[in-house]
Design a binder for this molecule. Structure first.
Ligand code: BMA
Length: 365
């Protein structure tokens, strides 16, 4: 009897734990399961604009090439901190909210990045007030004390608290019709081992970087977000060893997904060998630390080699247990995704047809 009673208690507890899994934990498990089928394709700003269109309902260059939506869609918060109505790439935040919820409801996965302006050098009104790139933007590295200045005791502390509050308020609106928060891979402070953003390697110490990370994470935790799977993603680099990766890593208790951002800017050979070496390190790291690995950003600008998808990228990705790769946006002057009637479209379709590349239809529950 006692034993039976205990069994009931144990069973109820297990059930409760199941029920109490946070949305972020459930997302982690979903990614972990899907990874066994293959790796997902992701595209930044997919539903907003493409090479020949802007803001048409239910459109997507990817879908117009292969017939399916990307499994993962990336969205960008830059500008929300200023209270702007549109992000730094002119996407209205109201549209962004709609498309985030829509993609989640059609069974897709959402990831969010943030390129906040430089709190020291921006002026009130930011780009809209006439500041010219890179002045005042995330890419403005003219002042090397920005991170220090947003931390407690710094001159920009109060301003930055407001900026984080605006992020929090936007994230709080990402809910389905019945009030359920959308699961999100949240990926702030990325490419931090380079020095092109104000939170980059030469712009702050490792301790300052971690304090910056923690300040944002602690704030959003305190605000009650349990739907954010936190992703850490330095840039691909020749020297990206495990030690290097760990130098600014916020810690196993803070991170669910580990990534790298790696573009091909030079030769195919250099890209392939660096990607290969970095993914070896990353997937080993993920295994040892119990994390999901992903190529959180990648691409070849304007697909200058149309065969890139199948000749360069996937032969490397096929060798590693990554969750997804995401290519950046199809901006008319600089695009990383496929588009109809572009020379890379047939190669993209070939990649789409591969068994282990996952698009929306293959990941829906
Ligand atoms: C960059 C470029 C910029 C854009 C930024 C944020 O890599 O695409 O044009 O503003 O990402 O999306």
């Amino acid at each position: 009897m006692i034993l039976a009673g205990l069994a009931v208690v144990a069973c109820t507890t297990a059930k409760k734990a199941e029920v109490e899994k946070t949305i972020a934990q459930q997302l982690f498990e979903r990614l972990d399961t899907l990874r066994q089928k293959g790796y997902m394709f992701g595209h930044q700003d997919d539903p907003f604009y493409g090479l020949t269109w802007d803001y048409q309902p239910d459109s997507s260059d990817v879908k117009n090439v292969c017939g399916d939506w990307p499994a993962v869609m990336g969205f960008e918060l830059g500008g929300i901190e200023m209270g702007d109505e549109k992000n730094l790439d002119s996407v209205p935040f109201t549209k962004m909210r709609e498309e985030i919820v829509k993609h989640h409801e059609r069974g897709g996965i959402v990831t969010i990045s943030w390129h906040p302006r430089n709190p020291v050098t921006t002026v009130e009104g930011g780009g809209n007030a006439g500041q010219r790139f890179p002045e005042g933007t995330a890419w403005d590295v003219s002042d090397t004390t920005v991170v220090k200045n947003v931390l407690p005791g710094g001159s920009q502390y109060d301003k930055f608290q407001t900026w984080m509050q605006r992020v929090s308020e936007f994230l709080a609106t990402l809910k389905t019709g019945d009030g359920q928060p959308v699961p999100i891979i949240f990926r702030p402070w990325h490419e931090n081992t380079g020095s092109w953003f104000w939170w980059g390697e030469k712009l702050c110490t490792a301790d300052e970087y971690k304090a910056l990370w923690n300040m944002l994470q602690d704030k959003l935790d305190a605000d009650g977000f349990t739907n954010l799977l936190w992703a850490y993603s330095p840039g691909m680099a020749a020297n990206l060893t495990t030690e290097k990766y760990l130098e600014r890593y916020p810690g196993d208790d803070r991170i669910g997904l580990v990534g790298i951002d790696g573009y091909q800017w030079g030769s195919k050979e250099d890209f392939v060998s660096q990607l290969d070496a970095n993914l070896t390190m990353l997937t080993q790291f993920a295994k040892e630390h119990g994390k999901i690995a992903a190529l959180t950003e990648c691409g070849l600008k304007n697909l200058s080699d149309p065969t890139w998808w199948t000749s360069t990228l996937t032969p490397v990705l096929d060798m590693y247990p990554i969750s997804y790769f995401l290519v950046w946006r199809n901006y008319k002057e600089e695009w990383f995704g496929p588009a109809p009637s572009q020379p890379d479209a047939p190669y993209f379709k070939e990649m789409f047809a591969k068994e282990n590349t996952l698009f929306l239809e293959e990941i829906k529950d």
